[in-house]
Design a protein around this ligand. Structure first.
Ligand SMILES: [Zn+2]
Length: 91
């Protein structure tokens, strides 16, 4: 039901260079990687649930660059987005 992972563009300076964007395996690898490198338990700089939800709901290009960049640096937000996605799709 959800095949739109590619709309997220993670931009992160120390992102593993051997990975190409837009693949399921990549998202999985990214997931593991970000939890290791950027768990962000303090939720530092997190844009908040409303903005994360806006990114999840976006049908076209997301203009909220801050949030997009932040997601690429924050495992906590990534997890929250997954939760939001599950809620929106009715799991
Ligand atoms: Zn965050």
């Amino acid at each position: 039901m959800t095949s739109d992972q590619s709309k997220f563009q993670f931009r992160e300076p120390d992102f593993p260079p051997d990975l190409d964007p837009g693949e399921a395996e990549l998202l999985l690898a990214f997931d593991i990687w970000i939890h290791e490198k950027h768990p962000n338990p303090e939720r530092e700089g997190c844009p908040g649930r409303d903005r994360l939800e806006a990114v999840v709901r976006a049908k076209t290009k997301v203009e909220d660059q801050y949030t997009l960049d932040h997601i690429g640096l924050c495992a906590a937000c990534l997890d929250e987005m997954k939760e939001i996605k599950r809620e929106l799709t009715g799991r």
